[in-house]
Design a protein around this ligand. Structure first.
Ligand code: ADP
Ligand code: ZN
Length: 720
């Protein structure tokens, strides 16, 4: 009798064996439904032997119940799932579910019903119905999506449907997408660009599994270069996966792709409607979708034939997933390229140190662009030493920066002020009793958001209306905002230049592709003089009239002394500086700092990125930290403080003693209270040649934690 090993879509249950009913074909990768106790559960037929399962005698095996009508997951994708689960110490089922997101198992070719208002008014209007009715004009979506849009229950929508206010529209989810044209518009590349583009196109044509580091200064035209790799994939009828860090900002980028290839790409992100998601998923698995632009979750989808994977702004921290399966999409992309047999392009003006070291070691192939396209110059970077040139009390913009802004206003040019802090002020305290507003769920201050009139926690989302009196001493008029956020800088700008038109750019103001497009259009139409933004504005924008960048606090990232503090500060400031002077007009950047001698600041001012990378590489090598040594964090949490601490101590006490493998802690995690859970951390430091994951797995496997305790392993953690 035939048996198959099935990876169940339930992380709590390991793989199980089933028998194959007569007449059922079940090649590896088939997506099936199997009995589990009295229920049925979905799973994937896995390569026998790849996963250990409990041996069950043949006579006791239950048969597979059904096979879903979708193509089997390919061998390279199954390998990727195995690799990701092994490397990141995650349950294979949790990884597999990313390949088959909810709704994908319905099979191809179905239609989904959406509803839209048809103009008739229901006889009986309750306040809830009226609210939905008003909110949903022009909308068309499923019942669940309409309910979310109108902020009412699904029952309200269903009752409106029954009353005849909505009409049903069957939306087919297998409509084909228009085909992009590799030669729709072909730009003339400069010599540097052409050399890099030719090499990429060659690698795509030969299906070389080479990882490339496309390392080019801001404005050097990296996008045009990797578009040639996309064009080559299109010519061969293959797919391109283009990963972006920030999906809310993709609209200008999608437009750029449309201009180059004649049609807009297929987008994949969490904001898609169900019909769009199904349509995209069908087209991805059949190969009909040729260019797919997505957030990191797009990495695990079942592409039919990948020709190239591109990771844009590959240094971005948002490629690191921080919950569920904790993976780094940049690194997993390289593995997927290896398994699929296709090149991977990591594109960045400020590559992660890890990527630079890989390129220097010859494990990635480096392609370098040293000049801005079209003769534009990199901006001049100058320092404002705040100890010598302080802003007036209670203000944050120093006099030389104000002067430079005034010149830009007079010339009709634009200024960008950068401060990586949302809201008005990071801390509010009572002048009378010293009370500080803290999040009840996290070890974090509540951030004052004046635009929305709330205090909000940036870690768990807890928010409350801005208080008028101190909850501790009851006094009013005694609350003080401490420190600046972008909203406060915007107020300061308004006081200095009342006539200037301002825009605040943070995730609070730019939360949808439409908002991003509006912002870009306003800047391009020169309807904005001064942009005040967080790291959201450091990304990808190209504004020809923007000639001045002011960094309000260049030291902000250096506090805390994290391993990557220097690298992150360098990347952020180089990226935001890169927004200045991208076209004909030269750009200028002012860094406000209290530490003019810090090595990072020095490297930025002298435009010496090589010196920065060399010094940073040496420091990491000396400390034997990533990418030279290896790290993993084990976070042990519970709603009960002592329970978490005891579990962490017990786990730490049972750590194995091995050469090249050290365990530090437990210590309170950087956010020692998060969403109501107390968190302790053990840090594993291992030499490169030590099989860290295997040791951690063996060590943690037999551990028994109380039911309230959660344990998460973070391999290659980002901050610690
Ligand atoms: P990067 O991604 O390296 O910062 P971009 O690819 O965004 O740079 O290019 C910067 C600007 O120069 C863009 O407006 C782009 O359209 C333009 N550009 C770059 N290369 C070319 C080219 N070969 N022909 C025409 N325009 C180009
Ligand atoms: Zn919180």
């Amino acid at each position: 009798m035939n048996r198959v090993r099935v990876l169940l879509f339930n992380s709590a249950i390991g793989p199980l064996d089933y028998s194959v009913p007569a007449g059922m074909e079940l090649p590896a990768g088939s997506v099936v439904q199997v009995p589990l106790g009295p229920r049925r559960i979905d799973g994937i037929v896995w390569d026998a032997g790849a996963l250990d399962a409990t041996e069950v005698e043949a006579s006791r095996l239950r048969p597979v119940a059904a096979r879903h009508d979708i193509p089997p997951l390919s061998a390279p994708l199954r390998r990727l799932i195995d690799w990701t689960a092994d490397y990141y110490l995650a349950p294979p089922a949790a990884v597999a579910r990313m390949a088959l997101p909810s709704g994908s198992l319905l099979g191809p070719g179905r239609a989904i019903t959406e509803y839209r208002l048809n103009g008739s008014v229901p006889v009986r209007m309750t306040p809830q119905r009226q609210k939905a009715y008003d909110a949903l004009e022009g909308a068309q979506a499923t019942v669940r999506e309409l309910a979310a849009l109108a902020e009412v229950s699904e029952g309200v929508i269903r009752s409106l449907v029954q009353s005849g206010a909505f009409e049903a529209v069957e939306v087919p989810v297998d409509r084909p997408y228009p085909r992009p044209d590799p030669d729709h518009i072909t730009p003339v590349l400069n010599d540097e660009q052409r050399e890099a583009a030719t090499r990429l196109a060659q690698a795509v044509a030969a299906a070389e599994p080479t990882p490339f580091l496309l390392d080019g200064v801001t404005g050097s035209g990296k996008t045009e270069v990797y578009f040639e790799a996309v064009a080559q994939a299109l010519r061969q009828g293959k797919q391109t996966l283009l990963l972006l860090p920030e999906i809310a900002l993709t609209q200008p980028f999608l437009t750029r792709i449309e201009k180059r290839f004649g049609t807009t790409p297929v987008a994949w992100h969490s904001g898609l409607k169900q019909t769009e998601r199904r349509r995209a998923w069908n087209a991805i698995i059949t190969g009909d979708a040729r260019i797919i632009v997505g957030a990191r979750s797009a990495l695990f989808l079942p592409y039919a034939n990948l020709g190239v994977i591109i990771v844009d702004e590959a240094h971005e921290t948002s490629f690191k997933q921080e919950d569920g399966v904790r993976y780094n999409a940049r690194d997993v992309a390289v593995m997927r390229g290896r398994f699929e047999g296709c090149p991977v392009v990591l594109s960045s003006a400020t590559p992660a140190l890890e990527s630079r070291v890989m390129a220097e070691a010859g494990r990635y192939e480096a392609l370098t662009l040293t000049h801005r396209y079209g003769g534009a110059q990199l901006p001049r970077i100058a320092l404002i030493d705040l100890t010598e040139n302080p802003p007036p009390r209670g203000q944050w913009i120093a006099p030389p920066l104000i002067e430079a802004m005034r010149e830009r206003l007079e010339r009709g040019e634009q200024t960008l002020l950068f401060l990586n802090r949302r809201g008005y002020a990071p801390l509010t305290l009572c002048r009378n009793c010293g009370h500080r507003f803290k999040c009840p769920n996290c070890s974090a201050w509540m951030v004052d958001h004046r635009l929305s009139g709330r205090l909000a926690c940036h870690h768990c989302g807890h928010a409350e209306p801005s208080p008028s009196a101190c909850p501790e001493c009851g006094e009013s008029d005694c609350l003080v905002a401490c420190g600046p956020g972008v909203e406060r800088i915007a107020d300061e700008v308004a006081a200095i230049f009342p006539q200037a038109r301002r825009a605040i750019v943070t995730s609070d103001t730019i939360w949808s592709p439409e908002k991003a497009a509006e912002f870009v259009a306003a800047v391009e139409a020169r309807a904005i003089d001064i942009i005040i933004g967080t790291q959201l504005v450091t990304k990808g924008y190209h504004f020809p009239d923007l000639t001045l960048v002011g960094v309000i606090d260049a030291d902000i990232g250096l506090e805390g002394g994290d391993l990557r503090a220097g690298e992150r500060t360098f990347q952020q400031i180089a990226q935001v500086s890169g927004r200045a002077g991208r076209a004909a007009k030269p750009g200028e950047v002012f860094l406000q700092t209290r530490h003019p001698d810090a090595p990072v600041i020095d490297a930025l001012v002298h435009g010496d990125r090589e010196a920065f990378y060399a010094a940073e590489t040496q420091a990491r090598r000396d400390a034997n930290v990533p990418p030279f040594g290896r790290l993993a964090a084990i976070i042990i949490s519970s709603e009960d403080h002592d329970e978490a601490r005891d579990a962490a101590r017990q786990t730490g006490a049972s750590a194995p003693e091995l050469d090249g493998f050290a365990v530090y802690g437990p210590a309170p995690a950087p956010l020692s209270l998060l969403r109501g859970r107390h968190r302790f951390r053990l840090l594993v430091h291992a030499r490169r040649n030590v099989e860290m994951q295997r040791i951690i797995r063996q060590w943690l496997d037999p551990m028994r934690w109380p039911p309230g305790v959660r344990v998460a392993v973070d391999v290659d953690p980002y901050s610690f």
